[in-house]
Write a protein that binds this ligand. Sequence first.
Ligand code: GDP
Ligand code: ZN
Length: 314
Amino acid sequence: MTNNVQLEKGTVVKSTGKAYNVRTSGGEVISCSIKGRFRTREIKTTNPLAVGDQVAFSRTTGTNEGVIFELEPRRNYIIRKASNLSHEAQIIAANLDQAIIMVSMANPETPIEFIDRFLVTAEAYSIPAVVMFNKTDLYDDDASDLHKYLVKLYEGIGYQTISLSVATGFNTGKLESLLMDKVSLLSGNSGVGKSSMLNLLNPSLRLKTKEVSDYHRQGKHATTFPEMHFMPFGGAVIDTPGIRGFGVIDLEKGETYHFFPEIFRVAANCRFHNCLHVNEPGCAVIEALDSGSVAWSRYRSYISILEGDDSKYR
Ligand code: GDP
Ligand code: ZN
């Protein structure tokens, strides 16, 4: 490093692979490149820095540009497999207080397995997860029943849930309290209302929204990047457009059930300590399905993850 380089601190708020937008505590956004390499010790990653990273950078005099020299240790992070075949990982975001999955029971209906895969990922990285049901204004009787059932199911397991309608403003106050002064990751299948929600909370963002029927026209692999959006009431939300699911990286078969908290609790009573809860004699998880203390939907998601085909959810 050269002498008299003045380092300033900031947060990576957007990463396009080449350039990083770094926000100072004063709210200025500086476009930065990186100096040297930053390694994450345990894993090979395709991106050295991610949204949410705390960095030290030097500003190029008289410009809005700079160079990042240092990465502060991450409190936590969430990653996904870079591709189905490689063992490389992409860090999606770092230093999160919570991870939210926005879902809908109508137009479009979120597959339950999609929810469970997200929750497993959050468990694997020890990030508190929230299931957010949007579009409640559109639910018919069946969708309402499913909604109530899932709220009870996930709260029973220990996850926080929130139900809202971005269209009518139902529970906007609760939503603001949930996000206030926290850094939240926001995920969810296309069309559930993520961009609409961010626009509602911070109208100056003017994010593009689409009719649900327009989604098939958009290129499947449109290049989009995670971005941190700041909230007027305090806190920030990291939007992850284009990321459909989080392929959990290198999950051992024998430990998959550790990330289903209610299955993990029950499994203490299985006859065999290495029980995979598929067809072993004396399996307490299979017994719990009969008694109803483990839900079939959760068990089906568990088996699907165990079988390892995540092609639909990546
Ligand atoms: P995203 O892909 O998750 O960012 O979804 P968008 O924010 O683009 O929303 C997709 C469509 O759903 C848009 O036409 C929104 O106007 C609509 N939408 C979002 N939230 C609601 C809601 O609570 N109720 C209804 N009826 N429509 C909504
Ligand atoms: Zn078992």
